[in-house]
Design a protein around this ligand. Structure first.
Ligand SMILES: [Zn+2]
Length: 313
């Protein structure tokens, strides 16, 4: 494993990013602006209404409000932001520590159902290294959560290891398991383009419930009785488990800092991912904040991380 990505310093974006898209559940248009932020800001949502910020919500598991279909975070006063996981996956996957995420809707736009659009946008503006050392949530003791035949564990580990297994009765998916030592290179190439998926048989139920109104074949892999409905097919072998890993990277970003630990899940989802983090934080002896070793003094305190270096991993 290369430690090049276990960067010594905190990061933010080099420049602002503006994106527009559609909420997958509301079907409503959304504008999203990612603003560079200083060290120790973390990832924070700024919810706006008619151009004014009405709520600031830290991307932290303590602020999780709902986990039924996507991950929803909120403040104490009723303002929420949903479908945060694919954006948070891109930010954590590419090792961005600090950012203000301005949004004028209750839902992060679905884009193509993966993290690809966010990754491409980040690659266009670049990442800025800050002078402060990176902080991690270091797992000190194993934690395990089990519910309805699904389970997840976090164990001490010197990097960020992901091991995700799914097991669907649909023969189109079946059993898939994938393990990676996560790094920006692995995230970008192996995970970031994996799309959300859903069963045709569920779509009607969701629509009746007023959900998934923006879901279509441009942002969801649709699974029929015995085939995939999207005529372009899959983007990766085992795209389904790759997307589950993408979701888990995004959900685990709600630790508030990058994790030093090994995550394993079996038949997991947003709810399980979040419950494992809650279990970790439920006992102060399970974890500690660890500082990255001091960066070499020869580097300038603020500079662009060349994307070619990142991509070369
Ligand atoms: Zn997802």
């Amino acid at each position: 494993m290369s430690n090049r990505f276990i960067g010594a310093r905190q990061t933010t974006l080099a420049r602002e990013i503006q994106l527009t898209g559609t909420g997958v559940h509301s079907g409503a248009p959304v504008s999203l602006t990612l603003h560079p932020a200083e060290a120790d800001t973390g990832l924070r949502f700024l919810v706006t209404k008619r151009g004014k910020v009405i709520s600031e919500i830290a991307a932290h598991v303590a602020n999780v409000k709902n986990l039924t279909l996507c991950t929803v975070i909120g403040d104490g006063a009723g303002t929420t932001v949903g479908t945060v996981e694919h954006l948070l996956a891109a930010l954590r996957g590419l090792s961005i520590d600090n950012l203000y995420i301005e949004i004028d809707s209750k839902e992060v736009p679905i884009m193509d159902g993966s993290s690809a659009v966010f990754v491409d946008a980040i690659d266009r503006v670049g990442i800025r290294e800050l002078s402060e050392p990176r902080k991690y949530i270091k797992v000190l003791k194993p934690v395990r959560v089990e519910e309805n035949g699904c389970w997840g564990t976090l164990e001490p580990h010197a990097g960020f290891r992901m091991d995700v297994e799914i097991d669907f009765s649909s023969p189109i998916i079946g059993n898939q398991r994938l393990q990676y030592e996560m790094s920006p290179g692995v995230f970008r190439h192996e995970i970031s383009r994996a799309r959300t998926f859903g069963f045709m048989s569920d779509v009607e139920k969701l629509w009746k419930a007023g959900l998934a109104l923006g879901a279509d074949l441009t942002n969801t892999v649709a699974i029929g009785e015995d085939k995939i409905m999207n005529k372009e097919g899959l983007r990766y072998p085992q795209e389904f488990v790759r997307h589950k890993m993408l979701d888990a990277v995004g959900d685990l970003a709600l630790a508030g800092m990058p994790l030093l630990g090994a995550y394993r899940s079996y038949r997991g989802g947003h709810r399980l991912n979040s419950m494992v983090l809650q279990a970790l934080f439920s006992d102060a002896s399970n974890w500690e904040i660890a500082l990255a070793p001091r960066a070499r003094a020869t580097r300038s305190p603020v500079h662009l991380v060349p994307q070619t270096v990142v991509a070369a991993e």
